[in-house]
Design a protein. Structure first.
Length: 157
């Protein structure tokens, strides 16, 4: 017997060897069973971040459609600028096809309320009221906390 293993008292050395082997076998078997548990793996959380840029806003629609085609829906969605518009619509439950239809039927007057003359100091070229009204209409006036998918909106200057 190796001196690091505990001896199991027995009447004969042959029986003791069997007990020792049996004890080690059971110990390693229990170790193997606990190491190979059948606990289901937790599904990873998928977050989707949609970036800024007016042209990218429409590209995000294609990304959403491609993800849906693979059966993938984000668990949380975040957007900045144009990405925040798409993120809000997706968070409210809009599908890629609905976003596509909305984009194709969108006219400039629906989202652009020009603020001229442009002061530049604290404002922008667009007031934003028309865009806000369109988003509120599309999300059924839901607050950000009431979206179907948790939503984060990032603002930059």
């Amino acid at each position: 017997m190796h001196e690091n293993f505990a001896q199991i008292p027995s009447q004969s050395s042959e029986t003791g060897g069997r007990r020792h082997f049996l004890g080690l076998s059971l110990g390693f078997g229990a170790f193997a069973i606990t190491g190979c548990s059948i606990t289901p793996k937790q599904k990873p959380v998928l977050g989707l971040a949609l970036g800024a840029g007016a042209a990218r806003g429409f590209a995000h629609v294609g990304v959403i459609k491609a993800l849906e085609a693979q059966g993938i829906r984000p668990d949380i969605i975040v957007g900045s600028s144009a990405g925040s518009v798409i993120a809000a619509l997706v968070a409210s439950g809009a599908t890629g096809n609905e976003l596509n239809r909305l984009a194709l039927n969108l006219d400039e007057a629906t989202i652009a309320d020009w603020d001229l003359p442009f002061s530049g100091r604290f404002g922008g070229l667009i007031k934003g009221d028309a865009l806000q009204n369109m988003i509120n209409r599309e999300v059924q006036n839901r607050a950000i906390e009431q979206m179907r998918i948790p939503l984060g909106i990032v603002a930059t200057e």
